[in-house]
Design a binder for this molecule. Structure first.
Ligand code: FAD
Ligand code: DLZ
Ligand code: SF4
Length: 507
């Protein structure tokens, strides 16, 4: 009897688990463009276009390789609107009585597929360094699940940047040499690709179906197949990797990509293999073309952070996205959707998000994330926003970064203290403040940078929880040393500012 092999829009690798386990001679591959996946949150049009274009090209590649592929287009009149519906329709069409599935990266879809009236075998997605079992074993009995220790295990397991049993150049982590303020000049621009006929067809479809979603569809320049993604990888290795570490945390209005790789969308949907990407970076180091601080930092983001957050997502379970230990419940302000704000940093990060479906790590963490946390925005609303607006966002990677790392809504599973800062940090790392209506050096009054006001407001709201955290003691001591009048003014002005925000004024 025929068996179905499901390939999802973020599983576009020829050696994804279900394809590896399948038999080309007898099994039938099912791929489906469905309305549900594009609208359960209203994904950025560029993200939808990336996924549908890459799916179409991948399906053609599988067919060339001799697979029988049943591919559903979004505008196919017979199509149902869901992945599960399409699997059942194809089962009826082919007489199949079972399906093999590579585990999706979202509990929502795992649950939907497990409850289908069809025999399904769900195989673990093995495009990660650590399996679920290995991560669980690592986590077992630990008081705190800190990324740094997990990362060392992954270095040992992969042999990346190892000299025998020792880390290259004697240290696991070279972050001390990284995180320099924004440079005056940037010599890197990411590589973009002209839409070909397949992409143009998808763009027209996305325009007509999802033109009302937040964000610009055009110009569209993402790589949409493995060959283009390889070119993007070559380009990054050649033009940006050597300076990746130095300017990893910097933000510039006119050079918004700095030395970042813009590879996450391609790695996450399967066009690039994460460990291969790291091997390429290591080769640059071994050949003397890129320094250790850059290469170690880059590799840590992938086999460290990326693999670690995936482990956390699956370890913590389906309720993770509804956690809210700080009890934050403010509505997501309209400026996250592009309404005007006088905060130049936020306006820049959101604007780029709208045009590119991209913002780099520090914009996500220290601008939009930091603001949300300081202002007490509902973490679930932020979670949905991040999932919608970034081309690289899939829940397994987005949720731990938002709920855990950025919003501390998981109570410290990921972060040992909340990532909050006043305007001073943003000013040090960017050129945003000079173009802002607020004054970053002003601490109270109408001109005061809202990050300055809200920083203390946040710390005071949560003193009971964080007052005894040794990593935050310094901040509370600073507050306690301020004179009474100043402290009152800060909290009063913060409250006043939040009232204006809630009243929908342009703030
Ligand atoms: P680079 O800076 O060039 O880094 C190289 C690679 O490292 C990335 O391509 C990515 O694969 C990996 N990486 C770096 N940091 C992380 C991290 N914290 N977690 C996982 N992988 C990482 N990343 C996503 O892939 N999807 C998301 O939905 C996502 N949401 C985020 C939300 C918040 C609030 C924060 C703070 C971070 C989020 N990240 C997410 C992590 C990170 O911001 C992006 O991976 C990165 O900005 C992607 O751009 P890049 O490829 O240019 O990365
Ligand atoms: C994100 C997305 C979108 C927009 N569209 C599709 C689609 O039409 N078909 C599909 O198979 N996958 C799509 N995806 C990716 C899925 O949402 C993703 O596989 C799950 O969220 C699990 O990570
Ligand atoms: Fe952002 Fe404050 Fe700087 Fe304005 S002054 S850009 S609000 S940090």
């Amino acid at each position: 009897v025929t068996r179905l092999v499901l390939v999802l829009g973020d599983q576009l690798s020829p050696d994804v688990a279900a394809l590896k386990a399948a038999d080309k001679a007898t099994d039938v591959v099912v791929m489906a463009e469905v309305g549900d996946e594009a609208t359960y949150v209203k994904h950025h049009p560029k993200k939808i276009a990336l996924i549908l274009s890459a799916m179409r090209k991948f399906a053609a590649r599988l067919e060339d390789d001799g697979w029988d592929v049943r591919y559903t287009r979004l505008d196919d009149p017979e199509a149902s609107e869901s992945i599960g519906g399409e699997l059942l329709r194809r089962a009826e069409e082919t007489g199949a009585d079972s399906a093999i599935i590579t585990e999706p990266g979202e509990w929502r879809l795992i649950s939907a597929l497990r409850h289908l009236p069809l025999k399904t075998e769900m195989l673990e997605d093995d495009r990660f360094v650590a399996s679920h079992a290995e991560f669980e074993k690592w986590a077992e009995g630990r008081k705190a699940l800190r990324m740094e220790y997990f990362y060392r295990e992954m270095r040992r397991k992969t042999g990346l940047l190892m000299d025998g049993d020792d880390p290259a150049e004697g240290k696991w982590n070279f972050d001390h040499d990284n995180r320099k303020p924004a440079p005056d000049d940037v010599t890197h621009d990411p590589i973009w690709f002209e839409p070909d006929d397949t992409v143009e067809e998808v763009l027209a479809l996305v325009e007509s179906r999802f033109g009302n979603h937040f964000g610009d569809l055009r110009p569209f320049g993402f790589a949409t197949d493995a060959a283009q993604a390889e070119q993007a990888l070559d380009h990054f290795m050649d033009k940006a990797l050597p300076k990746f570490g130095d300017y990893q945390d910097a933000m510039l209005s006119d050079h918004r990509f700095l030395y970042h790789s813009i590879l996450s969308p391609y790695i996450n949907i399967g066009l690039l293999d994460p460990v291969e990407v790291c091997r390429r970076a290591e080769a640059e180091y071994r050949a003397g073309r890129a320094p250790i601080n850059a290469v170690e930092g880059f590799i840590r983001q992938i086999i460290g952070w990326r693999d670690y957050v995936r482990g956390i997502y699956f370890l913590e379970g389906p309720d993770y996205t509804s956690r809210n230990v700080l009890g934050h419940d403010r509505d997501l302000p309209g400026f996250y959707w592009g309404k005007p704000t006088k905060m130049n940093c936020v306006s820049n990060a959101v604007e780029q998000t709208g045009t590119d479906a991209y913002a780099h790590h520090i914009q996500r963490l220290m601008v939009t994330g930091n603001f949300g946390l300081l202002a007490g925005v509902d973490p679930h609303a932020l979670h949905e926003w991040y999932l919608e607006v970034y081309a690289d966002a899939f829940e397994w990677v987005e949720a731990p970064n938002v709920i855990g790392m950025s919003q501390f809504a998981d109570g410290g599973v990921i972060a040992s203290k909340p990532y909050v800062s006043s305007g001073a940090y943003i000013n040090r790392m960017s050129d945003y403040c000079k173009g802002c209506s607020y004054s970053v050096s002003t601490k109270t009054g109408d001109k005061a940078c809202p990050f300055n006001l809200l920083y203390w407001h946040f710390l005071m709201r949560h003193r009971e929880r964080f007052g005894n955290n040794p990593r935050m003691a310094q901040m509370y001591r600073t507050w306690d040393r301020m004179d009474e009048e100043r402290r009152e003014a800060v909290l009063r002005d913060a409250d006043r500012w939040l009232k204006k925000l809630d009243a929908g004024e342009v703030v």
